[in-house]
Design a protein around this ligand. Structure first.
Ligand code: BGN
Length: 358
């Protein structure tokens, strides 16, 4: 009888101990959950997810070129000492100071000092943004270049004031091919893109030949919802579009449009075809080309003799016949080059590059 009483109380004590143990564990668990930073965890989770996505995009091609981290915007370089940009309105769709048709004279002698004096609001590297409003787009203007200093002076003299009247937040990049090897225009344009995005959060890229001067400032150097061809009526072609698919001369692509087509081909050495290849890329990705009318789209081409080491490329016909098959492997994801020199002037950023050989 006494034994059974002892066993009964022992059972009660054990039940109590187990119960207290359970309550203790429950308290620890509740405390742990309360101290967790749920927001931090969800951020970490999103971060991991987005890295997996971007990684897949780039590693699939084992590309030497990588999209850089977003540049740290150096506000001090572009704003007045007291940054009042938060109080500014967006610039209007139609900039108020445009002049319309312009007279372009390419016979006078110009010096860089005269051009610098004419553009006092430019900042180091050929950068500008309006003081009175927030630009609608941040635009990188990219010019492929070699031995065309006289043409560049006319371009700077005429186009810088136009871009400022157009109220653009812009930077000018002259991509100079080093050495005397065969010229590669499209690869220089890819390099311009890759170098510009390292410096600023450009949203739009205008690719321009150095010898093309707009004759009407209503032809705004910015991007549209579809890729834009700006040089539609060049004097050399009788102010007419030479053929419906032309995309050379001056054209504008948003960052998204450019990346969708994997940039431009790096394999067009010598003159011709690289712009037709870009057109094929755009069409194959379901985009179309938009243009201003032939009044607004007038351009003067500065006359020149054929450049040395830029002979018509005999491979261009074959290459443009195979754009669709090659474009995913040949473009900004396979871009390899060496920067030889970077010069920052008030009028431009000039980047001399080694593009290699065919
Ligand atoms: C085309 C060139 C373009 C050039 C325009 C204008 C070719 C490819 C073979 C048909 N295309 O003939 O690259 O921009 O002329 O000069 O040569």
């Amino acid at each position: 009888m006494g034994d059974s009483v002892n066993f009964g109380s022992l059972h009660k004590v054990c039940t109590l101990v187990v119960f207290l143990g359970f309550v203790h564990l429950l308290c620890i668990f509740i405390y742990y959950v309360k101290t967790l930073d749920i927001q931090y965890l969800s951020m970490r989770f999103q971060n991991i997810q987005s890295r997996v996505q971007t990684g897949a995009e780039w590693t699939a091609t084992s590309a030497p070129y990588r999209e850089p981290d977003p540049p740290v915007t150096k506000h001090s370089a572009l704003s007045s000492p007291v940054d009042n940009s938060s109080k500014l309105d967006m610039c209007p769709d139609q900039p108020p100071d445009l002049e319309g048709p312009m007279v372009i004279e390419v016979s006078q002698t110009l010096s860089l000092d005269i051009i610098r004096a004419k553009n006092p609001e430019l900042l180091e590297g050929g950068r500008y943004k309006p003081k009175s409003c927030i630009s609608l787009q941040k635009v990188a203007i990219i010019i492929p270049f070699r031995h065309r200093d006289e043409h560049l002076k006319f371009w700077l003299y005429y186009v810088h004031p136009v871009l400022q009247r157009q109220q653009l937040d812009y930077g000018l990049y002259i991509i100079n091919q080093d050495g005397e090897g065969t010229f590669n225009r499209a690869k220089l344009l890819n390099i311009g893109y890759a170098e510009a995005v390292k410096e600023y959060e450009y949203e739009c890229f205008v690719f321009s030949d150095v010898d093309l001067i707009p004759m009407d400032d209503r032809n705004i150097y910015k991007c549209s919802s579809q890729p834009r061809h700006l040089s539609v009526a060049v004097d050399k072609f009788g102010f007419r579009l030479p053929y419906a698919q032309i995309f050379g001369g001056v054209s504008a692509l948003t960052k998204e449009q450019y990346l969708k087509i994997n940039g431009f081909s790096n394999n067009y050495w010598g003159w011709g075809g690289e712009d037709d290849d870009v057109y094929n890329r755009l069409i194959s990705k379901g985009m179309s080309v938009v243009r201003p009318n032939s009044e607004v789209g007038k351009f003067r081409m500065i006359r020149h003799k054929r450049d040395e080491n830029n002979e018509p490329n005999p491979q261009r016909f074959d290459r443009i016949a195979h754009t669709k098959e090659t474009m995913d492997k040949d473009g900004v994801n396979s871009l390899v080059y060496q920067v030889v020199r970077v010069e920052k002037d008030k009028l431009y950023t000039k980047i001399t590059v080694d593009v290699g050989k065919p």
